[in-house]
Design a protein around this ligand. Structure first.
Ligand SMILES: Cc1ncc(COP(=O)(O)O)c(C=O)c1O
Length: 422
């Protein structure tokens, strides 16, 4: 089939899509809404609604405190082991706890302490800014003995791979990168960066927030040291659901959680007065887990496992190529730029389009066109593809509406100092 810009072609692609039936597994409150923000907040799986009923009424309501011994206590490891299958880690190398940010902080401080004598930390300017804030805070905490070096991307789209590699030396303690970067969707070659860092004795920490559940990751094959990631994007875990962290098994005993707490204590119910870390990743727990939101992650992860990550990636590549194809024909002539890698292999599951009127176009989409993408300053309209529920018709309709907004100058309805949108 040759690519066509007709809606019939999108319908044909939907009919041929072997994963199309997964859309029915989600709550779709407004069938006309074009939801392209699964890269920020995934949709609500129907199984999660049933699970919530059980967690609330069955576990909390009926079983009360007994539920701690009936699955709550092991939930961080149980859900972690399932996430491990999506990122190429062993079951005991992933645990669910806290937020992505807090997990980053714990791992960074632990890694910097383990790498004493080395003072450089490398990252890039495509990393999620909050990750940089966490690093700055960790440096302050450790008495400003480290320098954070933010290597710039040459084009704002692709990671500065050669520059990062050139910056490596035996003073580098830690390299921290987003595997799939939040703005452009560029995907780093995890194995290549990790190998280069290891060659000088540096550790590498990967932020998998925009990869997990959408881009196949193999931490084991890459010999990656540490990873973090969130569960509310492609894993459909729910707003603010706890995050995960991963540490390679043979590194676990040399890293110490800087936030000691009773959930990470060996034999916690002995209530000893002196902290002794539990074995393995449990030592990276601190306080009581938010059991309700933690429990509700599991059904979202199960859906991804059921669909198969490779199948999801195949569909995501097809859909993002389709979107880029439509951009070329219908949007590029109107001033839209592709702010994501051209090469689909280097692109995660969202496509960023830039336009001089990006913000006003985005406001028009959100408020008047029933299309929900998100916006990242200065001009990026991020169109997220979540292959479990995004249809080819969704993509087609969004592009046609984008075109209309510009051709008919509908965005002029909004002022240039419009409020910030997410
Ligand atoms: C790549 C990346 N890292 C870190 C975070 C921060 O996550 P949290 O706010 O859950 O700590 C986000 C949030 O969207 C993110 O996209």
């Amino acid at each position: 089939m040759t690519m066509s810009v007709d809606i019939e072609y999108a319908s044909q692609l939907d009919e041929q899509d072997p994963l199309a039936h997964f859309r029915e597994r989600f709550v779709i409150a407004d069938p006309d809404l074009i939801y392209l923000d699964g890269n920020s907040l995934g949709r609500l799986p129907r199984d999660t609604v049933d699970l919530a009923e059980d967690v609330l009424h069955g576990q909390w309501g009926a079983r009360l405190i007994r539920s701690w011994n009936e699955g709550w206590f092991e939930a961080p490891e149980r859900v972690g082991a399932k996430i491990a299958r999506l990122i190429g880690a062993q079951a005991d190398e992933v645990i669910v706890a806290d937020s992505t940010s807090v997990n980053l902080f714990k791992l960074v401080v632990a890694a910097l302490r383990a790498q004493s004598g080395r003072s450089r930390i490398l990252t890039d300017d495509l990393n999620f800014p909050s990750d940089l804030y966490i690093l700055q805070g960790a440096i302050d905490l450790l008495d400003k003995q480290h320098q954070l070096e933010i290597i710039p991307s040459v084009d704002g789209i692709h990671g500065p791979v050669a520059e990062l590699q050139a910056a490596l030396d035996d003073q580098v303690a830690l390299v921290i990168l987003s595997h799939t970067v939040f703005k452009s969707g560029y995907i780093y070659d995890m194995s290549a960066i990790t190998a280069a860092a290891h060659a000088v004795g540096a550790l590498v920490l990967w932020d998998l927030s925009h990869s997990v559940g959408s881009v196949p990751v193999d931490l084991h094959a890459a010999q990656a040291d540490m990873a973090i990631g969130c569960t509310y994007k492609y894993l459909n875990g729910g707003p603010g659901a706890p995050a995960f962290l991963s540490i390679r098994r043979d590194l676990q005993s040399s890293l110490n959680n800087p936030i000691n707490g009773w959930m990470g204590q060996k034999n916690l119910f002995n209530f000893d007065l002196v902290y002794q870390p539990a074995a393995g990743l449990r030592s990276f727990l601190t306080g009581t887990a938010p059991i309700i939101s933690l429990s509700l992650i599991e059904s979202g992860v199960d859906l991804i496992l059921e669909a198969g990550l490779d199948n999801l990636r195949t569909k995501s590549e097809l859909q993002s190529e389709y979107l880029v194809g439509l951009w070329r024909t219908l949007l590029r002539p109107l001033g839209f730029t592709l702010n994501s890698p051209d090469n689909v292999r280097l692109r995660g599951s969202h496509v960023s389009l830039g336009h001089a009127e990006g913000l006003r176009i985005d406001l028009m989409l959100l408020n008047d066109m029933n299309v929900l993408p998100d916006f990242r300053a200065p001009d990026n309209i991020r169109l997220g593809i979540a292959p479990l529920y995004t249809t080819f018709r969704d993509i087609h309709t969004a592009v046609i509406r984008l075109r209309r907004i510009v051709v008919e100058k509908l965005y002029e309805k909004y002022s240039t100092d419009a409020p910030i949108v997410t």
